[in-house]
Design a binder for this molecule. Structure first.
Ligand SMILES: [Zn+2]
Length: 153
């Protein structure tokens, strides 16, 4: 069951048993921990350092930055904790997929428009090959006429 909301608790030590839906924050050890928000039960440790995660309190709302990507777990969950709300990345990627599809449609339309434009150009222009063939036929014809003339004379 995917969670949509995160509460938090300031602690000195991260407890051994974590409750789901609670972000345990240990300012003393500069770390936070919570159970994966997908409900798989895995524990997620987010060190609060300049190179790991940063924690922001907005009144009583907690924001963790950057997103939490649990690639090492089977669930592969990816979410943000923003103002105590859990924003799931798959919702985002669904939007991105939709946007991608829209782009693809647009480029396909542009492609076919271009193809059709070329087709129109092609049919409007006199076909070059046919012109030269006529020329070849013409010269062949005149050669034939010359032979015929020679034969007759
Ligand atoms: Zn999970």
């Amino acid at each position: 069951m995917k969670q949509t909301h995160m509460s938090h608790q300031f602690v000195e030590f991260i407890p051994e048993k974590l409750d789901s839906g609670v972000l345990y924050i240990s300012p003393r050890y500069g770390t936070a921990a919570h159970k994966c928000c997908c409900g798989c039960g895995e524990e997620v440790i987010t060190p609060l350092t300049p190179t790991d995660w940063s924690l922001r309190m907005d009144g009583n709302l907690v924001t963790l930055h950057p997103s939490i990507g649990n690639w090492s777990f089977n669930c592969q969950s990816h979410y943000w904790i923003r103002r105590s709300q859990i924003i799931w990345a798959d919702q985002m990627s669904q939007q991105e997929i939709e946007r991608g599809r829209a782009n693809e449609r647009a480029s396909k339309q542009a492609y076919f428009a271009e193809v059709n434009r070329k087709k129109i150009l092609h049919t409007q222009l006199p076909p070059k090959k046919a012109t030269s063939q006529t020329g070849a036929n013409g010269s062949l014809h005149s050669l034939w006429m010359a032979i015929k003339h020679w034969w007759k004379s």
